[in-house]
Design a protein around this ligand. Structure first.
Ligand SMILES: Nc1ncnc2c1ncn2[C@@H]1O[C@H](COP(=O)(O)OP(=O)(O)OP(=O)(O)O)[C@@H](O)[C@H]1O
Ligand SMILES: [Mg+2]
Length: 480
C-alpha cells in the first residue's frame, strides 16, 4: 500500500532505508531524473539523479541524523529546517545536469522513524521550481534595470502617498531640492512647495484620482533647502493598487535657467523694440523737420525762379520744370518714409486711423483692393501696445505688396471682451512654411519672425495660414 501511495503521487519522491539503499522510486521522479526504478532500487545510487559524482543527497544526511553544520556544508546557502516536521530539512538548488539547461529543485527530506523514534529511513520529495526561478530572475533583472533608470535619471523622480508623504526619491530629486536623500524620505511635499504650487499640485491630484483630464506637465515652484526657488515642469501620474488610488509618482525637470533666460530675452526684446521705436521717431523727426524742409524750400525757390523767367530760353524752362518735378517726387518719398517710420497719425489719432492710412496706401499705390474692418467697440491702448500692433500690420501689408501678387487684401480688427484679434488676409499666391516661423531669420527673413516676437511681447499668439495659390492669412490674438 505504501509503495502504491508513493508511486501514485505526482510529486517526484523516493525513499531510502537506514543503509542508504533506495526502497521506493516513483514514476514522477523517473520522469524528472530520467532514471528508471529498476536501475536504482536496492542500490545507493540515488545521487546519480542529481550529481555526476558520488555524494550524499539530503535524504542521506537525514538518515544519518546529520548535524546542521553538515547540512550547511553540502547546501551552503539555501537550506532551511522544516517548520512542520521534526528533523526534516528543505533546500533549493540548481542542478546543471538535469534536463536540457539544468533545473531548479526545491526538495524536502524527512526522517522515517520506528515505534522507538529511531530513524530507519528517509523520504525525499522534490519540486521542479525552474519556471518560478526563471520568472523571479527575469523580474529581478527588470527591477534592477528600472532601479538603475530611476537612480541615474537626470530628472528628479519621487513618489508620495495621498497625504503627500514622500516614499521614495532619486538622487536627482535630492539634488534639485537641496535636501539629502535620507531627509527627503522623511518629508512631506508640503514643505517644499509654495502655496500656489501646492494648490496646483492638489488640483492635479484631485483630477487624477477622478480620472479627469490633466494638462501636464505643470509648472511648479519648489522651495529648496536653502530657501531659493526652483521652477520645475512636473508630470504627475496616479499610482493605484487593485484600482484604489495609493499615491502619486512625479517626474520633475528643473527649468529655472531656461525660465530666467526666457525672461531676460523677453526683457531685452522689449527694450530693443522700444529703442527701435525711439530711433525711428528720431529719424522721422529729422527727415521731416530737416530734409523735407530743405527739399521743399528748394522746390519753392525753383518755382519762383522759373515764374520770374529771367529771360530763360524755353528749353531751359522745361529743364528747370523737370528738375522741380523730380524734387517734388523726392519730397513725396521723404514724406512716405516719415509715415513708414513713425506715422504721426498713430501718435495723434491712434491705431485705427493709422491703420486706415496704411490700407489706403496699399490701395492707392499698389492697386490692391484693400479694406479695413473694425468689429466691436474700438478702444485706445498704451502707446507701446499700439505701436507693436501697428508694426505687425505694417509688416503684413508690406509682405502682401512684395510677395503676394494679390488682387485683394483685408485687415480685420476685432475687439472682444478679453482680447484683440487682428486678421490680415490676401488672395495671393500663398507660400509653404515648412520649418515654421522660427527658422526664417536664419535665411535673413525677419518679417514674420518679428511679427511673432511682437505678438509674444504683448503676451499673445501669432498664427500663419498659407496655402500655395490660395492666399495667406495671419492671425494675431492678444489678451487685454
Ligand atoms: N502674404 C504673402 N504672400 C505670399 N508669400 C508671402 C507672404 N508673406 C510672406 N511670404 C513669404 O514668406 C517669406 C518670409 O516672409 P518674411 O516677412 O519673414 O521675410 P521677407 O519678407 O522675405 O523679408 P523681410 O521681411 O525680412 O524683409 C517671404 O520671403 C515670402 O516668400
Ligand atoms: Mg517681410
Amino acid at each position: 500500500m505504501l509503495a502504491n501511495i508513493i508511486d501514485g503521487s505526482s510529486i517526484p519522491s523516493f525513499v531510502i532505508n537506514k543503509q542508504h539503499r533506495v526502497t521506493h522510486w516513483n514514476t514522477a521522479i523517473e520522469a524528472l531524473s530520467g532514471i528508471e526504478r529498476e536501475e536504482v532500487i536496492g542500490t545507493d545510487k540515488q545521487w546519480r539523479a542529481f550529481y555526476t559524482e558520488k555524494r550524499p543527497v539530503m535524504a542521506d544526511l537525514i538518515v544519518d541524523g546529520a548535524h546542521v553544520n553538515e547540512i550547511k556544508a553540502y547546501y551552503p546557502s539555501r537550506y532551511k529546517k522544516s517548520h512542520l516536521i521534526d528533523g526534516a530539512y528543505e533546500a533549493e538548488d540548481f542542478f546543471l545536469d538535469l534536463g536540457k539547461n539544468g533545473k531548479w529543485l526545491h526538495f524536502t527530506a524527512s526522517p522515517i522513524r520506528d515505534n522507538k523514534e529511531e530513524i530507519i529511513g528517509a523520504i525525499e520529495t522534490l519540486e521542479d521550481i525552474t519556471e518560478r526561478k526563471r520568472a523571479e530572475e527575469a523580474l529581478h533583472e527588470s527591477e534592477k534595470s528600472f532601479r538603475a533608470l530611476f537612480e541615474g535619471a537626470y530628472d528628479a523622480i519621487w513618489v508620495h502617498d495621498l497625504e503627500g508623504n514622500i516614499q521614495t526619491a532619486n538622487k536627482a530629486a535630492a539634488e534639485l531640492s537641496g535636501y539629502p536623500l535620507e531627509e527627503l524620505l522623511m518629508m512631506n511635499v508640503k514643505s517644499f512647495l509654495g502655496d500656489e504650487s501646492l494648490n496646483l499640485a492638489r488640483e492635479v491630484g484631485r483630477r487624477l484620482t477622478q480620472h479627469r483630464y490633466v494638462d501636464t506637465p505643470s509648472e511648479l515652484r519648489l522651495i529648496r533647502k536653502d530657501g531659493s526657488e526652483a521652477i520645475c515642469m512636473v508630470s504627475t501620474n496616479l499610482i493605484t493598487s487593485d484600482g484604489e488610488p495609493e499615491g502619486f509618482q512625479n517626474i520633475a525637470r528643473d527649468v529655472t535657467q531656461e525660465k530666467r533666460m526666457q525672461e531676460n530675452l523677453r526683457y531685452y526684446l522689449q527694450e530693443i523694440t522700444k529703442a527701435q521705436e525711439e530711433e525711428r521717431k528720431r529719424i522721422a523727426r529729422e527727415l521731416h523737420d530737416d530734409t523735407a524742409q530743405v527739399l521743399g524750400s528748394l522746390s519753392r525757390q525753383l518755382d519762383n525762379f522759373v515764374r520770374k523767367r529771367h529771360g530763360l530760353a524755353p528749353n531751359e524752362v522745361l529743364f528747370l520744370k523737370d528738375l522741380q518735378a523730380q524734387l517734388n517726387r523726392g519730397v513725396q518719398s521723404v514724406h512716405r518714409f516719415v509715415q513708414d517710420l513713425r506715422p504721426s497719425l498713430l501718435d495723434d489719432l491712434g491705431l485705427i486711423p493709422a491703420l486706415r492710412s496704411l490700407v489706403k496706401d496699399l490701395q492707392e499705390y499698389e492697386g490692391i483692393g484693400t479694406s479695413l474692418k473694425v468689429v466691436g467697440g474700438e478702444k485706445r491702448f498704451s502707446p507701446e501696445f499700439e505701436s507693436l500692433l501697428f508694426r505687425i500690420v505694417q509688416e503684413a501689408l508690406s509682405n502682401i505688396r512684395r510677395h503676394a501678387q494679390a488682387s485683394e487684401a483685408q485687415v480685420v480688427i476685432e475687439f472682444a471682451g478679453d482680447k484683440v484679434r487682428v486678421t490680415i488676409s490676401d488672395n495671393g499666391r500663398g507660400f509653404e512654411l515648412s520649418g515654421g516661423v522660427d527658422d526664417l531669420p536664419r535665411s535673413g527673413k525677419l518679417g514674420l519672425a518679428g511679427m511673432q516676437e511682437r505678438a509674444r511681447l504683448l503676451g499673445g499668439t501669432f498664427e500663419v495660414k498659407s496655402t500655395p495659390d490660395k492666399g495667406t492669412t495671419l492671425i494675431v490674438e492678444i489678451p487685454r
